[in-house]
Design a protein around this ligand. Structure first.
Ligand code: ADP
Length: 593
């Protein structure tokens, strides 16, 4: 419908009087005209366009038609705020920390749409002030299972525990669910997947097990790695068939350290798909969520059993959540806690930015240790090699590396096998001039995964901030970053010769190698950031938390990045999501037993 028709249609609809304020009767009644309106405003990453529907004089629907906010966090924040607008019939809603500008943009766009429906500026001032943080009515609450953390592991555990018949609550300290899983690329390693079969890729549980163990220098607990490898396929089927997660049907990624492409990639190449679908399933089953609720302490009875969790919220309420069956610790790692990083490995100090969410501060590790849990491999901290050097955020456009892009240094030379493990590449980059590297690819590589298109928002932001350039020649690519032109041209020529011969004689690059001949070319500046903490709470094969005497602590289970021993010195790409789903499910099932 064009704009004119829309206006006519809107005027023909019954004009209703409604109380735009939540306190009907106390404020002057306002008029909103039924219809569908669009509004737009600037967010952090660009324009936010909303479509707002008014039915029977009330805001009945808000659709965010376009936005360029941080994938995952921006999406979720805008959904929460839209929901609050509709529930409260007010655009005087609190913003969400971590996505403040996105929320402000959405509210402004909604106001613009409402003005077309007849609202005036002063109406907005009269509206009910809506806080997204509500006080708990009961400061003491009783559940069968209390789960700490609403990332991938916590959500998988919640769904599984609820499915087993338990009364379940998830405590999440941030205003949004998702943790690091939300900002991940949504890759999940699965041997023998239908996607592998369709591409005739031979794989096995044994090969996945061996790659994972080897990738972590054989320092992982082999029995936990075995559980991971053996349960990956079932976990992926559960996600697809039961949780309704969609994976890209044609995409399989071979992350560094894996012998074959085996990572399924969630729709959108982002953790959002996993987190949204797990949350929908958990809510559908009746799991309770307590957002902005920080777990502070595990409650122990006289026999040493974990019987609940003490928590607080921003309203400074002291809350007690009794856990009649047990607690699942799923609070993630400690990548955002610089002091804790330095305590366990002084190398990873302030000089490193992080890819992590602000909630990954190691709280669960500290709480578990206080009740006697054993910790392991706390000094194994992983950096991700190809992050944005300005923000620290992981770059998904740089996944072009897995499709065939090469890494060069300021001198224009390759210095590492691009399919090497994350730690090896990270150390390699840090040893180069300015501690940065440059990722280079052309249309041959771009055609494989279309990374600049799949991640358009990230691409545009990097182009704007001169972290990435699209250029027409190798010479130009070198010049934009003041890389030695002749050496880089020679490097690319030599690499293309290797491609023609079918073997990378310099670094013996694994997987398919592709030439860099067809422009336009892309060159992106990259730097390592702290990404994953491999160490944490010791668990057994049943996800029970083990104490310093090697015995399980009754009533306490843990899963995901908060645990240690599954990845050894170095976690392979795509193994975090497999870990959180496999062990989250195990923890959720066993805590109910
Ligand atoms: P995993 O990948 O292991 O599931 P994530 O990082 O995805 O880990 O999720 C962990 C979640 O736990 C995050 O959302 C984080 O905000 C939350 N969290 C961390 N500490 C606490 C705490 N003390 N209380 C409640 N939630 C917490």
């Amino acid at each position: 419908m064009n704009k004119f028709k829309k206006i006519v249609a809107a005027l023909l609809l019954v004009t209703l009087v409604f109380a735009i304020s939540g306190c009907a009767g106390t404020k002057k009644a306002k008029v909103l005209t039924n219809g569908t309106y669009t509004g737009e405003a600037e967010g952090k990453g660009g324009v936010i366009k909303v479509e707002l529907a008014v039915t029977e004089g009330k805001i009945s629907k808000i659709d965010v038609k376009e936005h360029h906010e941080t994938a995952g966090i921006g999406d979720l924040a805008m959904k929460e705020v839209s929901k609050a607008i509709i529930e409260n019939q007010s655009v005087n809603v609190d913003t969400i920390s971590g996505a403040t500008i996105a929320c402000e943009g959405l509210l402004k766009a909604a106001k613009g749409a409402l003005k077309q429906a007849g609202a005036k500026d002063e109406d907005f001032n009269n509206q009910k002030k809506v806080s997204l943080i509500q006080p708990e009515k009961e400061t003491e609450q009783s559940y069968d299972v209390v789960i700490i953390g609403a990332g991938g592991a916590g959500l998988a555990a919640a769904v599984e525990a609820k499915q087993s018949g338990a009364k379940v609550v998830v405590l999440e300290k941030m205003p949004l669910v998702g943790g690091n899983t939300l900002v991940s690329g949504g890759g999940l390693n699965v041997p023998n997947s239908p996607q592998q079969k369709a591409k005739n890729i031979q794989d096995s549980v044994q090969s996945f097990y061996e790659d994972t163990l080897k990738g972590g220098d054989s320092k992982a607990n082999p029995s936990l790695v075995k559980i991971l490898a053996e349960n990956a396929l079932d976990a992926s089927k559960w996600l697809v068939d039961y949780v309704k997660v969609e994976f890209m049907p044609d995409r399989l990624q071979q992350f560094g350290g894996h012998s074959v492409p085996r990572a399924l990639i969630a729709k959108g190449n982002h953790g959002t798909e996993l987190i949204e679908k797990l949350t929908i399933k958990a809510k559908e089953l009746g799991v309770d969520f307590k957002m902005n609720t920080t777990a502070k302490e595990l409650m122990v009875d006289e026999k040493g059993k974990i019987v609940g969790v003490k928590a607080t919220n921003p309203l400074k309420q002291e809350l007690t959540f009794k856990a009649n069956k047990g607690v699942v610790m799923a609070s993630g790692g400690f990548g955002s806690n610089v002091e804790m990083r330095k305590k366990y490995n002084p190398e990873f100090d302030e000089k490193y930015l992080t890819t992590d969410q602000p909630g990954t501060t190691g709280d669960g590790i500290i709480m578990a240790e206080k009740v006697g849990a054993n910790l392991t491999q706390m000094d194994y901290i992983q950096t991700y090699p190809t992050c944005n050097p300005e923000t620290g955020i992981i770059s998904y456009v740089a996944n072009s590396r897995f499709d065939g892009a090469i890494l060069v240094n300021k001198e224009g030379k390759r210095f590492v096998e691009e399919m090497e493990r994350r730690d090896v590449i990270s150390k390699g980059i840090l040893n180069q001039t300015d501690s940065v590297a440059y990722l280079l690819w052309g249309q041959e590589v771009e055609a494989v995964g279309n990374m600049t298109k799949v991640h358009t928002d990230e691409y545009n932001k990097m182009e704007k901030s001169n972290v990435l350039y699209k250029v027409n020649s190798i010479e130009e690519a070198a010049k934009v970053f003041k890389i030695d032109v002749d050496t880089m041209k020679a490097t690319v020529e030599r690499y293309n010769k290797f491609v023609a011969e079918g073997k990378d004689k310099d670094f013996n690059r694994r997987g398919q190698i592709l030439s860099i001949e067809k422009g336009p070319f892309y060159i992106q500046k990259v730097k390592p950031s702290i990404h994953h903490t491999m160490g944490g709470i010791v668990i057994d094969e049943n996800a029970r938390v083990i104490n310093k005497d090697g015995k399980p602590i009754e009533g306490l289970f843990a899963a995901g990045e908060v645990t240690g021993g599954i990845h050894g010195t170095n976690r392979l790409g795509g193994n975090a999501v497999t870990d959180v789903i496999v062990f989250g499910k195990i923890a959720g099932k066993n805590v109910v037993k």
